[in-house]
Design a protein around this ligand. Structure first.
Ligand code: SF4
Length: 458
């Protein structure tokens, strides 16, 4: 899908979205559900929706995504999906025996108006849910929100269904990592482990979507937050939620339900956001920061100092998920780059306010849009060119059309590997991002340099 015919003149559109910078809600709900140990995500709708959600996740994570579907046909579309879901619950527990079935709705079942809690309760009354097994649900109509909303809704449902307060506080912190990669979740656990902090991370897709090749397939891999751990979140000392859009609703629900105080921070992407994360961990858990983490920070600062010349005043366009864009924008500014065009497909006025706040001194005239599309981003780039494009795989069409260096970041990344294996969060993740930015600029410089300016050492 080449985009050579995108016009540069921007005309406000209300009724048409072209190349949306988002995917649909159930994809996020499915991803979050995979972060519960022994969970089978279940799509209450047609097979086509489920096939799309599974294939998008499979292509991004390079792992088979297990999920079931209510398999709506014309009958269910007219008369409702109760019979399909009750039968599905029975089949799933009989054949696959998960600990939890996490049901999310689709556009179709939402439009019909299926009452999923009532259907689950009927399945329970009919003896279709074995003792010690669970069916949770979340509502994910895809004509509102985005995959980020779906992730947030399913994570909040984990709190609604499982979190309990026994009245006795546990010496542990909840961390809601937001929509990040399995590698990022592993990195967050590594950092908290280095600080000696006991945590419950939920959801947790490490060791679920980055499993080693052993020659054996496990329908339910060893990773994921367990049900006892989820129950205990109501007794934790505090919650640190990373990313307002993906993690804020669950953290606030846990505070309201079990009185666990929460702080909602930015995703720890880049130097300053990681500093705030480490400081929040330090204060909340009452520990000190070990030298090993301070050294990681020092190596990042050294790299920034050494390579600053390549970043200075470089103009960047970026698109993707709001939590990731907020953190990335701040990181780019800290490198003295200029994020000039920013688009997310996820709706939310707070996004635009936050971006303008971050950029008020460096790029006061920033083009920023929530619930925007890639077509608009392309128009902005045509009018005011940039030196670098950052976004998911769909950005390759704009990058090719405009001949712009391109760094893949966000979801989905369908045509590269590494994102699920190497972190972007923390000081180590920031170094990896810097490496990617540098290679994009230096490869371009090598490619375009005149013969007399072609340097061995740049
Ligand atoms: S119909 Fe709705 S839920 Fe299904 S794939 Fe399309 S947007 Fe997603």
């Amino acid at each position: 899908m080449l985009l050579r015919h995108t016009p540069s003149e921007v005309k406000e559109r209300e009724a048409l979205v072209v190349n949306p910078a988002k995917t649909c809600q159930p994809i996020g709900a499915m991803y979050a559900a995979l972060g519960i140990h022994g969970c089978l995500p279940h799509s209450h709708g047609s097979q086509g929706c489920c096939a799309y959600h599974r294939s998008t996740l499979t292509r991004h994570y390079k792992e088979p995504i297990m999920a079931s579907t209510s398999s709506f046909t014309e009958g269910a579309s007219v008369f409702g999906g109760q019979a399909n879901l009750v039968e599905a619950i029975n089949n799933i527990f009989t054949i696959y025996n998960p600990d939890v079935i996490a049901v999310h709705t689709t556009c179709l079942s939402e439009t019909i108006g299926d009452d999923v809690p009532q259907i689950v309760s009927k399945a329970k009354d009919d003896g279709k849910i074995p003792d010690g097994k669970y069916v949770i649900h979340t509502s994910t109509p895809s004509y509102v929100g985005s995959h980020v909303t779906g992730f947030a809704n399913m994570t909040k449902s984990m709190v609604n269904y499982f979190s309990e307060s026994s009245g006795t506080e546990k010496d542990q912190l909840n961390i809601i990592p937001g929509w990040v990669e399995p590698s990022d979740m592993r990195e967050i656990k590594r950092m908290t482990g280095m600080m000696g902090i006991k945590t419950v991370l939920f959801p947790d897709t490490s060791d679920v979507l980055d499993t080693p090749q052993t020659g054996k397939h496990h329908l339910f891999p060893k990773g994921g937050v367990t049900i006892p751990e989820l129950r205990s979140t109501g007794d934790s000392r505090a919650t640190i939620a990373l990313g307002q859009f993906a993690s804020g609703p669950a953290a606030e629900a846990l505070d309201a339900k079990c009185k666990v105080p929460c702080q909602v921070l930015d995703l720890p992407i880049g130097l300053m956001a990681t500093d705030r994360f480490v400081d929040a961990l330090r204060k909340t858990a009452g520990v000190s920061v070990p030298d090993a983490i301070t050294d990681e920070r020092g190596r990042l600062v050294d790299l920034i100092t050494d390579m600053h010349q390549y970043f200075y005043r470089k103009r960047v366009a970026l698109f993707g998920d709001p939590d990731q864009l907020i953190a990335m924008t701040e990181f780019l500014v800290s490198l003295d780059m200029l994020p000039v065009h920013i688009v997310t497909g996820t709706p939310g006025q707070r996004f635009e306010q936050r971006i303008r706040e971050i950029l008020k001194h460096d790029v006061p005239q920033v083009n920023v849009r929530a619930a925007g599309d890639s077509f608009l981003l392309h128009q902005w780039i045509k009018s005011e060119p940039v030196d670098l494009l950052i976004g998911n795989t769909y950005g390759k069409y704009i990058a090719r059309d405009e001949d712009i260096p391109f760094v893949r970041f966000g979801f989905p990344i369908l045509d590269r590997v590494g994102h699920s294996l190497f972190p972007s969060v923390g000081y180590v993740g920031a170094m990896r991002l810097i490496e990617k930015f540098l290679y994009a600029f230096q490869d371009r410089q090598d490619r375009d340099a005149l013969e007399e300016k072609f340097e061995l050492v740049m």
